[in-house]
Write a protein that binds this ligand. Structure first.
Ligand code: NAD
Length: 490
């Protein structure tokens, strides 16, 4: 099979690759603004058929009970995708605007490799636990704990890291024995459609176990949330949409798993190399043009070293080449769409309206007349109550804020509705541990440590989400617990 033909994209419903009832829609390359393919435009009727197929596959097949078969299918999928890696790389760069360098890691190769981690879990997980004997209300009883798949999973994903997020849901959901309906973002249907084609044509994954419905219509996501045949919603996206997901899912009281936005703080303590840490923080927010929920977009530096930090961060940002994502040297490519660029630019205007200073960047790169590019931008002179410091911008934009010591840094970091990620740089281990304990957030990097890997649970405190993705904790999100009580054993 070749994955190349741009307009072969289809929906995957009940094991078949079928056209969308709504026709097709254009896939735009965000670096060139050219139309590079067409995706199937699914409708409510297509979504209804996908949910019915997932329900049937869960209720009438052995999928949820045959752990070894699921492990085999996941490894097949990994191997098949790896055999298409170069085709997938080209298409991912064209559709997502993802810098090529990232496709060797979290934008493509990493999550495909991680399917092996989920296969191992399907095989090795303790599906049954012996709780031993007890005598509740005087009745001699033996208790067993069974872990079982939740059922039909509705997976709703965004566009910024489509493979990473699609597989962070498909991998554990399938390994745990669920069936899935995946609804990817309208901006990145191609990545999901290609995976659907590989599932249908190159794996033994049974019909109905994975269904993929691409669409321009966000309402299909809402449909998935409210349909009573769906048992669990796993959602990654904005906090605003997360609230709508939770509300819609409440009608049928389904389990909801949410990975949402962030406005994470990068805390530099006064015993750190302030210039070095600030440069690192500034460079980091330019990766994939800042379209990462867990990027640290607030830099908190000691007040007395504020100017030094701003100068170092500005120099680092000004040195980042904004450019062609196919170039292996590019880390900062385009934003996904004109709409996102407009949104980011509105925040750059807001920064000055709020009294801040744009130290470097602030607009579109002069040497790029096509593509949705924005310059890496450093904003100084604002405090943490400004909207620019409180709201998620989702572009290559860093706000530098002064702090007056460790307690103040913790206070500012926590003065946010979000709690997704963060970083601490310093030299005194006790002071670092104090900050680690104080910051209310789901992941924290210390002195450059990176938390991202298949076995490391990721997720948010506060309005950054509910639940954890990845790792055993992420796998168990997709399981129910059944307690079986029988006569006491001797
Ligand atoms: P979004 O919330 O606009 O859309 C996400 C998905 O939800 C899309 O598939 C969309 O079609 C669907 N959707 C829209 N309205 C819906 C509704 N009412 N019911 C159900 N589904 C609906 O997010 P986006 O703009 O695609 O992605 C960017 C956002 O995602 C950012 O806020 C970012 O922080 C967040 N994000 C979070 C994580 C994380 O793990 N915490 C990871 C990546 C992105």
């Amino acid at each position: 099979m070749t994955l190349r033909p741009a307009d072969s994209s289809a929906l995957l419903v009940d094991g078949k690759l079928i056209p969308g009832s709504g026709g097709t829609f254009d896939i735009v390359n965000p670096a060139t603004e050219e139309i590079v393919g067409r995706a199937a435009d699914g409708t409510a009727a297509d979504m209804d058929a996908a949910i019915a197929a997932a329900r049937r596959a869960f209720d009438t097949t052995d999928w949820s009970r045959d752990h070894a078969f699921r492990a085999r299918c996941l490894r097949q999928l990994r191997d098949a995708l790896q055999s298409h890696l170069e085709e997938l790389r080209e298409i991912t760069i064209a559709e997502v605007g993802a810098p090529a360098v990232l496709t060797h890691g979290p934008q493509l190769a990493g999550p495909i490799e991680d399917l092996g981690y989920w296969a191992d879990l399907a095989e090795n997980y303790s599906w049954e636990q012996d709780l031993g004997n007890a005598t509740p209300m005087g009745v001699p009883t033996h208790r067993r704990l069974l872990r079982e798949a939740v059922g039909v999973v509705g997976a709703i994903t965004p566009w910024n890291f489509p493979h990473q997020i699609n597989f962070a849901k498909l991998g554990p959901a399938l390994a745990a024995g669920n069936t899935v309906v995946l609804k990817p973002a309208p901006d990145t249907p191609w990545c999901a459609a290609l995976v659907a084609a590989v599932i249908a044509e190159e794996t033994e994954i049974p019909a109905g176990v994975v269904n993929v419905v691409t669409s321009t219509d966000h309402a299909l996501g809402a449909q998935l949330c409210s349909d009573p045949r769906v048992d669990l919603i796993t959602f990654t996206g904005s906090t605003v949409t997360g609230r709508a997901v939770m509300a819609a899912a409440s009608e049928s009281l389904k389990k909801v798993f949410l990975e949402l936005g962030g406005k994470s703080a990068f805390i530099v303590l006064d015993d750190a190399d302030v210039a070095g840490a600030s440069s690192y923080a500034a460079f980091s927010v330019t990766v994939h043009a800042g379209q990462g929920c867990a990027l640290c977009t607030r830099l908190l530096v000691p007040r007395e070293k504020y100017d030094e930090a701003v100068a170092a961060a500005a120099q680092a940002m000004a040195g980042v080449r904004v450019g062609d994502p196919t170039d292996p040297g590019t880390v900062c490519g385009p934003l996904i769409s004109a709409k996102q660029r407009d949104r980011v630019e509105s925040y750059l205007r807001l920064a000055t309206e709020e009294g801040g200073t744009v130290v470097t960047g602030g607009g579109r790169p002069r040497d790029r007349d096509r593509g949705f590019f924005v310059e890496p931008t450093l904003i100084a002179g604002l405090d943490n109550s400004s909207r620019v410091a409180q709201e998620e911008i989702f572009g290559p934009v860093l706000v530098v804020l002064p702090h007056d010591g460790d307690e103040d840094a913790i206070r500012i970091a926590n003065d946010s509705t979000y709690g997704l990620s963060g970083a601490v740089w310093g030299t005194d281990p006790d002071r670092i541990e104090h900050v680690v304990a104080g910051v209310r957030t789901g992941t924290l990097g210390v002195n450059g440590g990176l938390w991202y890997s298949a076995d490391a649970p990721f997720g948010g405190y506060k309005q950054s989400g509910i639940g954890r993705e990845m790792g055993v904790a992420g796998f168990e999100e997709y399981l129910e617990t059944k307690l079986v009580a029988g006569p006491a054993t001797s």
